[in-house]
Design a protein around this ligand. Structure first.
Ligand SMILES: [Zn+2]
Length: 218
């Protein structure tokens, strides 16, 4: 099976305050919208890569691309730290929207990307995806302000992610059955990485191509 969408890596410079670094295994993802109608993923990258800022996010998604601007195993400042530990453990994902962005295309990518994260980290969408509005209810309404403009609700979004995730899981299950049916196994190593994220990325690619994947750590 081929990946439905591509993820583009275009990292902002390490010197900026909004890319504090770190090396963690993320525990959940936070759904945001940019709150800035019509700004594209690329424009957000340009902005976040141009000056020191107090805030950041890992990924920006619009109708054209899924743009990863901070590696997922690093920290980003996308939720106020006095209300949540989301900067330590969460992946901040921003949905770009507005009249000049095709909502359905952007939303499909957004849903797919959360399913991709759930598959990669073995998360349950209902437990491991939080809305920014849930973590900081006094100050934030995203991504609901965007969702409601297009007739979506948060529970509906979680259902969409579950549905998308099933497609990943079904493919993997079928393959496991084929492999165990044959009895004998020869293992092939195809990569070694110092970053867990890179290992998981390659494993995702291999899975998408139909291989059974297991990550070893030594
Ligand atoms: Zn937010």
């Amino acid at each position: 099976m081929k990946e439905k969408y591509q993820i583009t890596n275009q990292f902002i410079k390490k010197e900026w305050k909004q890319r504090p670094g770190g090396n963690r295994r993320p525990r959940f993802a936070v759904a945001h919208d940019t709150g800035n109608p019509n700004s594209t993923a690329q424009q957000n990258y340009d902005y976040f890569n141009s000056r020191h800022l107090e805030a950041s996010a890992h990924v920006f998604i619009d109708d054209k691309q899924i743009l990863e601007v901070i590696p997922l195993d690093e920290k980003a400042w996308h939720v106020r730290s006095d209300v949540s530990d989301a900067n330590e453990w969460g992946i901040g994902v921003e949905l770009c929207y507005g009249p000049s962005i095709d909502f359905n295309k952007a939303y499909s990518r957004y849903v797919w990307f959360f399913a991709y994260l759930c598959e990669m980290y073995q998360w349950d969408p209902a437990r491991n995806i939080k809305g920014h509005f849930q973590l900081d209810p006094k100050r934030r309404t995203d991504p609901l302000n965007c969702f409601h403009q297009y007739g979506k609700t948060f529970p509906f979004f979680i259902e969409d992610v579950k549905y998308e995730l099933k497609k990943f899981v079904v493919n993997q299950k079928e393959f496991n059955e084929q492999v165990t049916g044959e009895g004998k196994l020869y293992k092939v190593q195809i990569g070694a990485f110092s970053s867990r994220e890179n290992a998981e990325k390659l494993s995702r690619k291999a899975k998408a191509a139909g291989f059974a994947v297991h990550i070893d750590f030594s």
